[in-house]
Design a protein around this ligand. Structure first.
Ligand SMILES: *Cc1c(COP(=O)(O)O)cnc(C)c1O
Length: 220
């Protein structure tokens, strides 16, 4: 495959540290674009809206793609998300995690879960506060029918570059403290800092695909 998308993908892959994987955030882009990128070798795709993702997954069912759910997870969507996504980056409370585990058991699924953490005050986003996570940890780690594989975080809007680097570092340290391998952090505007801090999943949309033709509401 060649073309601008494939060129951007190749350049990004070359720039990533060996410890980080690229999650191609395909929200707002049609199935044909995902298919094109899959032709370059990209396997992991991130979507943040269930209603948008399901028809695309159906159109791409002939490809062996790995779908990651990265949007805010509403409790009434858990069943559908668990059915359609083997990896969920955005479990942001203990009750939600308990629900994911219960429903995954009913559905005979075993999702890999990243817990979303909020390490800076941010009214626009959900997430475990650090102390909440630590006090719920024993319960979270023991939930059946799902595996907690890591933490996910986002820098608040307007966070300056120094504080963002500190935030990514703190998230990495918290994951290490809990012996979690994965850290999902870094988007188009800040992925270099996240990669340097030890992100293992860079969630990249616009830097890879270009601007979204139909921008969905900002997730999280
Ligand atoms: C849209 C989105 C991204 C990708 O954003 P870009 O700035 O386009 O790279 C990453 N993470 C989440 C949770 C998103 O909703």
């Amino acid at each position: 495959m060649s073309g601008p998308l494939s060129d951007r993908w190749t350049a990004l892959q070359a720039a990533l540290p060996a410890t980080a994987q690229l999650l191609a955030v395909s929200k707002g882009h049609p199935a044909a674009v995902i298919r094109e990128l899959a032709g370059s070798g990209q396997r992991a795709f991130g979507e943040s809206r269930l209603q948008e993702a399901l028809p695309k997954q159906e159109q791409l069912a002939d490809l062996a793609l790995q779908w990651h759910f990265i949007g805010r997870l509403q409790s009434n969507k858990v069943r559908s998300v668990v059915r359609a996504f083997p990896v969920i980056h955005s479990v942001d409370s203990l009750p939600l995690a308990q629900r994911v585990s219960r429903i995954a058991g009913e559905e005979e699924q075993w999702p890999e879960v990243l817990l979303q953490v909020k390490l800076r005050p941010d009214t626009n986003k959900g997430g475990f506060l650090r102390d909440e996570l630590l006090s719920a940890w024993t319960e979270l780690a023991a939930l059946p029918s799902m595996t907690v594989i890591g933490l996910m975080t986002m820098a608040p809007m307007g966070c300056d570059a120094d504080d963002r680097r500190a935030l990514f570092q703190e998230c990495r340290e918290l994951a290490d403290q809990l012996e979690l391998r994965e850290c999902s952090m870094g988007m188009s505007g800040d992925w270099q800092d996240a990669a340097a801090a030890g992100s293992t999943w860079l969630r990249l949309g616009s830097v890879l695909f270009g601007p979204r033709p139909s921008a969905p509401p900002q997730a999280g």
